[in-house]
Design a protein around this ligand. Structure first.
Ligand SMILES: [Zn+2]
Length: 458
């Protein structure tokens, strides 16, 4: 019996060894040639219900950890945010591909490549805005498709309107830094004076998007260097193309649906909602409670912008439909900065914007609402620090809605440096017709196909 067992062990070891060497050999010769097309959208959708409108929310850098931190702080661990109430939930992978070797993944994406993924259905390299890796060809976006099919369109962000996430819907440039006509150092071929489509700001106007709301006025104040509006600012060009331009919350409320709307509420990114002490290395900052209501009243909240955008798009659409993207941009930016209160304030602001859409959908159940992120980020909930056991990074302890202490850690880079995105999969959630299609493990590019099918383009 002993011998038999021993023999069996040997046989098992030999078989395992053969399998192992076979696996090793095959993976070292792995065929990556099909890699960019590896993830294919399942061609059997779970739902085909009729979709009138689409409202897409992107929490920039809003991974599961960021959602959990905001939930714990604002409503407690057993509480639920509005974004938690959407009935269908899946996860999607977010990797981009390498510019020099597009057969290989870049495991940590940025907002430009990830945005190109969900907006066009194509993987690209970090920094690219809806253009192909290597060959720099334009990729058709879901907003362009929706517009072609008669949908009214809107693009809203708390960042500059020319930042990566809003940009991927309405522009095509080789580098995300090419935000205004005077910012074109990294995309000389895209300049209007070189016969290109111009900067992101110029392209946003040329796309005739019905409602554009966010920050980034400094880009639209720049002088255009070529084409029909040479010598004018982008704002002047916008007015010449029929836009009404508003720059504060009161003007936004007065805006009428008769013309297209460009709202620029800040020179750069819009102001933050909350304040608090930044994370620092051991012993960390806090325990602290966040300081709320920090946004100046002349800047609209993300919920206000969402509400107005929906109202205008609905009136413009009449019996037709609309496509609206709403980005909570500074979740990411304050994650980079390692400031938990500022990060949570922006997450809660996005949640309140989602609430606006959920309220709208009560009376318009043919509205597909999708809430997702573009990539994961650095913040993590960790155990309370002690002298002998603590993070080598920086952290802060918050007193949550549970009246308990929660330590939030930032350790994806040296404490003095900008903290990094992470390569984790992130949540995608949905409500409304065809919302079931987000369940399972998807890739970011699948979202494009879900939306394209919802507007009848696939
Ligand atoms: Zn970022």
């Amino acid at each position: 019996m002993f011998l038999f067992k021993q023999r069996k062990f040997f046989l098992t070891t030999i078989v395992a060894g053969i399998i192992l060497s076979f696996t090793t050999a095959s993976s070292s010769n792995a065929d990556y040639s099909k890699f960019p097309k590896f993830h294919r959208f399942p061609n059997q959708p779970l739902s085909r219900g009729r979709v009138q409108n689409i409202i897409l929310f992107i929490g920039d850098g809003m991974g599961d950890s960021e959602i959990t931190i905001a939930r714990n702080y604002s409503v407690g661990a057993a509480g639920r945010l509005f974004i938690d109430t959407l009935p269908f939930t899946g996860e999607y992978t977010t990797y981009s591909i390498q510019e020099q070797n597009p057969k290989l993944p870049d495991y940590v994406t940025d907002s430009a490549a990830s945005g190109t993924g969900w907006a066009t259905g194509n993987k690209t390299s970090n920094g690219r805005i809806s253009t192909t890796v290597g060959t720099d060809k334009d990729l058709k976006t879901i907003l362009e498709l929706a517009k072609q099919r008669g949908y009214k369109t809107g693009d809203v962000s708390t960042a500059e309107l020319t930042d990566a996430t809003p940009a991927v819907l309405l522009s095509h440039v080789s580098d995300r830094s090419c935000q205004g006509p005077q910012d074109m150092a990294n995309c000389p071929q895209d300049k209007k004076s070189a016969g290109g489509p111009g900067s992101i700001a110029e392209q946003s106007i040329d796309h005739d998007v019905d409602v554009l709301l966010g920050g980034g006025k400094q880009r639209y104040d720049q002088i255009i260097d070529g084409g029909n509006y040479v010598g004018k600012t982008v704002i002047d060009a916008a007015k010449a193309r029929g836009y009404q331009v508003v720059t504060n919350a009161a003007q936004l409320q007065m805006a009428q649906p008769a013309s297209k709307l460009l709202g620029l509420f800040s020179p750069g990114n819009m102001s933050l909602e909350w304040a608090g002490q930044a994370a620092i290395p051991y012993p960390g900052s806090g325990p602290q409670r966040c300081i709320e209501n920090q946004r100046p009243t002349n800047e609209p909240s993300l919920a206000d912008m969402t509400n107005k955008a929906i109202s205008l798009l609905k009136q413009k659409a009449g019996r037709g439909g609309f496509f609206l993207q709403v980005e909570g941009a500074s979740i990411d930016k304050r994650d980079h900065a390692g400031n938990p209160c500022e990060q949570i304030g922006e997450t809660v602001a996005l949640d309140r914007a989602v609430k606006v859409a959920l309220e709208y959908a009560k009376n318009h159940p043919d509205t597909l609402i999708v809430v997702t992120a573009d990539h994961g980020h650095t913040s993590q909930i960790i155990p309370p620090p002690t002298a002998s056991n603590h993070s080598p990074g920086k952290f802060s302890t918050l007193i949550t809605a549970d009246e308990a202490e929660m330590t939030v850690n930032y350790a994806t880079n040296l404490p003095a440096q900008s903290q990094e995105h992470t390569g984790t999969q992130v949540r995608i959630a949905a409500q409304g017709p065809q919302g079931e299609n987000v369940v399972g493990v998807l890739d970011q590019t699948d979202l494009f196909h879900i939306l394209a099918r919802a507007i009848g383009a696939e």
